[in-house]
Design a protein around this ligand. Structure first.
Ligand code: NAP
Ligand code: FE
Length: 368
């Protein structure tokens, strides 16, 4: 056995966990900038709870509520201006993965006057502000990862920056915030979490410890996907989803993602597919490819999902996810293949894909 493991984020999981542990926020400073999306945090109780915690601790705050899906560089620079102006001591990200990832980049930019290029190349020298993360989807697991994924128009794709200093200091997980998450976002984000755990399990950085958590996460999400009912999703299921998604974040923090995320990014950038859906559409074909490198692990994934074959995994995903009707032109396929081949996460696959493998994944995913 030979591995290392890191989860430096202090986690609080449960109802009322923000207000009950408000002293954790006070420990980060006297002034906080909340970085969130346009509407959901105002409706799901998360913003109300953070404001209650701030008033309990006499923390001054401002709210930047303009984070869009797949956050742009313009957005994080704008939020950083607000944080600098108020001399924020810390940043709180509230929302799905987009506001959480934006919060991490803002934390860097407040303390570092750097260009977009320098940001994406991780060329900062000053420690970012501390970050608190409150996920309201289940999810990206961004609350426990050292990654911030941003849209880089210059390069026509999404790219991640990574580093120990991007781990949130504290995360508050309360599934009540996900109670009214629409069905399509519930399924898409659950499939994103599933893809994290699958990609971390079939990964050459995997360890006995990450395997334990990845398989647990895969089995919870597999069971839930089979049982979720659009008209009657229970709070217990929401808590399980949030837990499994957090586990998915913990494991990609060790291993990083793989071919699914590498190919999913251009699908989102060029075709506008939500992140989890983009991953879900190519998961089965990606597993077929990964089985060429490690059939045993792929079989374990199938079993953990409670399925008897890869075909059954594919059927389950197809049945749950919104229908996708995309056919890529030859030129688009070429671009997708090139973007995927230059993404660093493909190096984590047990055997590195060649261009022909990416074409095959696109074809087997009915995108050609
Ligand atoms: P998202 O882009 O953050 O949000 C999608 C939509 O869900 C938004 O319209 C948002 O509305 C809404 N929403 C969020 N919480 C809600 C709630 N509780 N109730 C109702 N609506 C809600 O979605 P996401 O899938 O969670 O995040 C995707 C992003 O995370 C991508 O950019 C992806 O690349 C990134 N990601 C990061 C990591 C990482 O480790 N850092 C891992 C995987 C994915 P509002 O805009 O109004 O809030
Ligand atoms: Fe993801």
């Amino acid at each position: 056995m030979h591995f290392n493991f890191r989860c430096p984020t202090r986690l609080f999981f449960g109802i009322n966990c923000i207000v009950e542990n408000s002293s954790e926020l006070a420990a980060l400073g006297n002034k906080g900038l909340v970085v969130t999306g346009k509407t959901s945090s105002k409706k799901n109780g998360s913003l109300r709870d953070i404001v209650a915690a701030f008033s309990k601790e006499n923390i001054q705050y401002n709210i930047f509520d303009e984070v869009e899906e797949n956050p742009s560089l313009t957005t994080v620079y704008n939020a950083a201006v607000m944080a600098k102006r108020m001399e924020a001591d810390f940043i709180v990200g509230i929302g799905g993965g987009s506001p959480l990832d934006a919060a991490k980049a803002v934390a860097v930019l407040v303390n570092n006057d750097i260009s977009e290029e320098e940001l994406m190349a991780r060329r900062w020298t000053n420690t970012p502000l501390p970050i608190a993360a409150i996920p309201t989807t289940a999810g990206t697991g961004s609350e426990v990862t050292p990654y911030s994924i941003l849209t880089v128009d210059e390069e026509e794709t999404k790219k991640s920056i990574a580093g120990e200093d991007l781990f949130p200091k504290v995360a508050f997980l309360n599934a009540r915030y996900t109670r009214h998450l629409p069905w399509d976002i519930t399924v898409n984000t659950a499939v994103d979490a599933l893809s994290h755990s699958i990609e971390a399990y079939v990964n050459n950085q995997a360890s006995v410890f990450s395997d334990l958590l990845a398989l647990e996460s895969i089995s919870i999400i597999g069971r839930l996907l089979k049982n979720l009912d659009e008209d009657d999703i229970t709070m217990e299921q929401r808590w399980e989803l949030l837990y499994a998604s957090m586990l998915g974040g913990v494991v990609i923090a060790q291993t990083a993602t793989g071919v699914v995320h590498a190919l999913g990014y251009p699908l989102t950038y060029f075709k506008g597919l939500p992140h989890g859906l983009a991953n879900g559409v190519i998961t089965k074909a990606s597993l077929e490819f990964l089985a060429q490198g490690d059939a045993e692990r792929v079989e374990k994934v199938v079993q953990a999902m409670g399925c008897s074959s890869l075909d059954e995994v594919g059927q389950l995903l197809e049945q749950m996810l919104p229908a996708v009707d995309i056919k890529l032109t030859a030129e688009e396929q070429e671009i997708f293949v090139e973007k995927t081949m230059t993404a660093k996460n493909i190096n984590n696959c047990p055997h590195k894909p060649k261009k022909k493998d990416i074409y095959q994944i696109l074809k087997n995913s009915n995108l050609v």
